[in-house]
Design a protein around this ligand. Structure first.
Ligand SMILES: [Fe+2]
Ligand SMILES: [Fe+2]
Length: 309
């Protein structure tokens, strides 16, 4: 149970208010929300048979930077076709349409986190059913962003503390929205949505908890990696792959994410494709981060006078 006080309201994609600001999330109110529409049945669809998702995924994976990791197309196609059997309530998939139309960064991001985590889970999770269960959470890990104003997601200059709080709200919003549509807040997708920004040194959000669930950790690491190697509104460009992997290595050194996932990423970026347990990581840093990057920089709040005018 989260025990979180909501800093902002939670709304569905069609603007239905599920919880107002300052709601304390308890098991009782979450159960009551789910019970209120338990008899309602949502149509379901496979992710990969929904709209142009499969074609878009295939296009992203065939172009740099992903084509280096996903060089074995047959293996990828086999993995993805396994997931055609995984069904989602359609309102969850509609968030992908929304992102595709209004925030293409997020659309490409959730699909690539899905592809990366599906791929790396093959190394890191021995149980086949667990891998499928994890893969199904990649496309929905940022579903809570439908509850945020688009200008926050697209801002190119530093966020204020208030805006940063709003951005971080996507974790709790995702937890509630996915619990609402799955009618089960124990669903792994809810845990992933809530905890994928937590870190192994407790420096993450929303609760500053220890990131220790290996399933969530895979999504968390793929989330960071994709955010580095793809363009973002708040930077002048993407990290090149070498620099991104150096950033990931630095995070492992600081105990923010685990070594196995970083080694698996590095292994798949090497031409010889060694097993991740057999690789050694160079201590030498040779990469160059993008010149303009305001991620993590907090801007002054505007004066109240400015807000009025
Ligand atoms: Fe996120
Ligand atoms: Fe994400």
């Amino acid at each position: 149970m989260p025990g979180l006080i909501l800093q902002h309201p939670i709304r569905t994609l069609d603007r239905q208010l599920l919880f107002p600001q300052r709601t304390l999330l308890t098991k009782e109110i979450l159960d009551a929300l789910i019970d209120s529409h338990r008899t309602y049945s949502y149509p379901a669809s496979s992710l990969l048979l929904y709209g142009s998702v499969k074609q878009d995924c295939s296009n992203f994976l065939s172009t740099p930077p992903f084509v280096t990791i996903f060089s074995d197309r047959k293996e990828i196609n086999d993995l993805l076709s396994l997931l055609e059997t995984v069904q989602y309530p359609v309102p969850i998939l509609q968030s992908l349409d929304y992102f595709k139309e209004h925030d293409f960064y997020t659309y490409a991001h959730v699909l690539m986190v899905f592809a990366l985590s599906t791929f790396l889970a093959k190394d890191l999770l021995p149980d086949h059913r667990e891998r499928i269960r994890l893969s199904a959470t990649g496309p929905t890990h940022d579903s809570g962003k439908v509850s945020l104003p688009l200008h926050i997601l697209k801002k190119t200059t530093p966020l204020t503390r208030t805006e940063r709080g709003l951005l971080e709200h996507h974790t709790a919003a995702g937890y509630v929205l996915l619990g609402y549509y799955y009618k089960d807040t124990q669903h792994l997708a809810c845990k992933v949505a809530l905890d994928h920004h937590e870190r192994g040194d407790r420096s993450g959000y929303p609760r500053g908890l220890l990131l220790e669930d290996p399933m969530v950790e895979i999504i968390a690491a793929c989330d960071v990696y994709d955010a580095l190697i793809m363009p973002r509104p708040y930077r002048s460009g993407a990290y090149d792959n070498r620099t991104a992997l150096e950033e990931m290595t630095e995070m492992a050194k600081q105990n923010k994410i685990g070594w196995d996932i970083v080694k698996a990423l590095i292994a798949h970026n090497r031409k010889s494709n060694p097993h991740y347990k057999e690789i050694t990581i160079s201590a030498e840093k040779r990469g160059t981060p993008p010149s303009y990057n305001v991620y993590g920089i907090i801007a002054e709040e505007p004066d109240s006078d400015d807000r009025v005018t």
